[in-house]
Design a protein around this ligand. Sequence first.
Ligand SMILES: Nc1nc2c(c(=O)[nH]1)N[C@H]1C(S)=C(S)[C@@H](COP(=O)(O)OP(=O)(O)OC[C@H]3O[C@@H](n4cnc5c(=O)[nH]c(N)nc54)[C@H](O)[C@@H]3O)O[C@H]1N2
Ligand SMILES: Nc1nc2c(c(=O)[nH]1)N[C@H]1C(S)=C(S)[C@@H](COP(=O)(O)OP(=O)(O)OC[C@H]3O[C@@H](n4cnc5c(=O)[nH]c(N)nc54)[C@H](O)[C@@H]3O)O[C@H]1N2
Ligand code: SF4
Ligand SMILES: [Mo]
Length: 694
Amino acid sequence: MSLAAPTGPGPHVVRGACPHDCPDTCALLTTVENGRAVAVRGAPDHPATAGVLCTKVARYLDRTYSDQRVLHPLRRVGRKGEGRFERITWDEALATIAQRFGAIAASPDGPQAILPYSYAGTMGLLQYGSMDRRFFHRLGASLLDRTICASAGKAGWTATIGAAIGMDVEQFAQSKLIVVWGSNAIASNLHFWTRAQEAKRRGAKLVAIDPYRSATAEKCHVHIAPMPGTDGALALGLVHVLIAEGLVDRDYVDRYTVGYADLAQRAAEWPPERVAATCGIAAADVVALARDYGTIKPAAIRVNYGMQRVAGGGNAVRAVACLPALTGAWRDPAGGALLSSSGAYPVDRHALERPDLIRGRPRTINMSAIGDALTGAADPPVRAIYVYNSNPVAVAPDASRVRAGFAREDLFCVVHEIFQTDTADFADILLPATTQLEQFDVHASYGHLYALANNPAIAPLGEALPNTEVFRRLAARMGFAEDCFRDSDEDLARQAWRPDHPAACGLDLDLLRRAGWQRLAVPAAYAPFAQGGFPTPSGKCEFASATLAAQGHDPLPAYVPPRESPATNPELARRYPLAFISPPARNFLNSSFANLPAFVAEERTPRVELHPADAAARGIAEGMLVRIGNDRGSFTATAHVTDRARPGVAVAPSVWWPKLAPDGRNANAVTSQALTDLGAAATFYDCLVEVARA
Ligand SMILES: Nc1nc2c(c(=O)[nH]1)N[C@H]1C(S)=C(S)[C@@H](COP(=O)(O)OP(=O)(O)OC[C@H]3O[C@@H](n4cnc5c(=O)[nH]c(N)nc54)[C@H](O)[C@@H]3O)O[C@H]1N2
Ligand SMILES: Nc1nc2c(c(=O)[nH]1)N[C@H]1C(S)=C(S)[C@@H](COP(=O)(O)OP(=O)(O)OC[C@H]3O[C@@H](n4cnc5c(=O)[nH]c(N)nc54)[C@H](O)[C@@H]3O)O[C@H]1N2
Ligand code: SF4
Ligand SMILES: [Mo]
């Protein structure tokens, strides 16, 4: 099979995969006529997609054929951040980058003064991380710790469970109790929500735990609205009641867990009244939820990212991960919990990224503190940054620091992008990137259990190139002689899966490309921990973790309160009394789609939602322009007065492009660069503000 997009007239359908940072990883069918894509729809035969796409990707052609596409290499002509460019050739662009990188690498600061900055603009295994990693490793550039999204929860989950493995999302349809914990699934995990709806029709009870009455929380039978960052206390309170009321599966606990006695002692400190006071909820709600969780079977928890973006995010997930072992919920395929399914895949990151190529001993820079890293915290300073698959000027916390960093005249900045984002405005060299319809890839998922292939549907628009090809060409320019820099995308795809892995059996690239998707070699009634077998050091579910203890952490899940709250910082809370969260808007995907007219029209204008009591106390009425601010900065938005926001919490659906917002700033003007307890992740939802009429 050739990797090139098919040519020739007559309509035909090309199988692909959605590249976005979303657990659903939908299988796509793109109809192509005369070399032009004319329709994108969800594959009806792929069980996880079931023919349905979200509102964003159903209009993917708006993205691919947008007149805002960057289609040629460009060189900056204006001041940094102004966004004025002139067209150059690929040859000039690559020569400039190679010359600048070479000069920095040869200088006393050495190659670690060069920093790659990327995240999950595309999640394809090749375009997310393969030739790019090889290139920067061989160069000896600084390493990037990719913490902006999931590393806190991953660390917490892994400490307890052993790997990013959980329930099969398809099994939620059979569950009798579903706890949707820190997830607005209708916006961010649609195909899980379809299963939860199916379960609801069969009589299941749905519970949402979310400070905000999201569209999802609204459709659940029970909604518990704790203050942001207090989930760890709630989880320990559930453990307390389960033990006190004898709802523990002693047989499961004895066979398949370690540290029960210690956990029981820790949970004894968390009676419902203390939990209620800590979380700002009713004690009766804690007891009722624990009773439901301990008695309704099978009980399933969808743990998502909402609870992780706070100081105690890692420990909160650790505590939640204890629950299904405590009640033996894992025994049933429709019981247990799901954070991420990514650990079920036989992905061979070592083969793709080749860490063995790393030159010297480069430092690691945390992407969630990029503002500080670019403005003085790094020694040697970061002298060059290469951004791809990410839009840090919009999405990274503490935006005024980030912006100050990117504005440095002495920073050589390369941005490889589909669109001229706020970050792209700061580029010295701006390179055109392909969209998913124009590139090849293979995909794992973090929400289901299928491998997918993305065949290119159309030829690249303009002079756009995929990430892999740009790094192949740059490696040649830099004279990197290793054979691995000549691997084609097809070579990379063949290296992407470990054939010796039990889940891989039969994963065949040619078949995958023809069929578009293939289920991993796991049973239909997948119940990964029905009989223990946890991939932890002890082989058991670790209520107490010797690994974390050895690293100086609490061996047990603890309640780590928000860094910014009345309890932990009363002085700050007097000046900034509202807890601020900025969860994803339904029609944007992080900052992706937030520049395209159809999606902006749906979201209308940046808004902040306030409870009527909080609004009244500030003289704020519906529709007023307000300023949301703290010591880090401020941004303006339109007030929406609604009891969807719980008292004491301000909610700003995100992530808007700063340059398209009324005052050129977005929610990240107020968020902080502080990191989580485990996983060193960003703490977007651990943020106090005051809101006032603008
Ligand atoms: N439409 C859309 N879909 C997306 C994205 C998007 O931007 N738009 N982003 C994608 C990405 S990268 C990710 S990581 C996921 C994120 O999606 P989710 O995993 O759903 O996480 P969030 O959207 O951050 O938050 C979900 C809910 O958690 C609530 N929340 C906030 N703080 C807390 C807290 O302290 N405790 C609890 N219990 N709840 C809290 C928020 O109010 C929100 O309703 O979605 C992916 N899907
Ligand atoms: N305030 C606030 N901030 C947040 C969050 C929040 O909830 N609130 N959520 C956080 C989370 S969970 C995440 S994951 C991050 C996400 O942050 P990012 O990973 O930066 O995600 P996007 O904003 O979607 O930006 C991805 C960029 O990659 C580009 N891109 C897409 N495909 C390709 C490609 O193939 N090649 C190249 N070169 N570029 C490509 C897209 O055009 C887009 O501009 O944001 C975080 N920021
Ligand atoms: S963003 Fe998520 S729900 Fe939408 S098409 Fe992509 S994978 Fe499916
Ligand atoms: Mo994310």
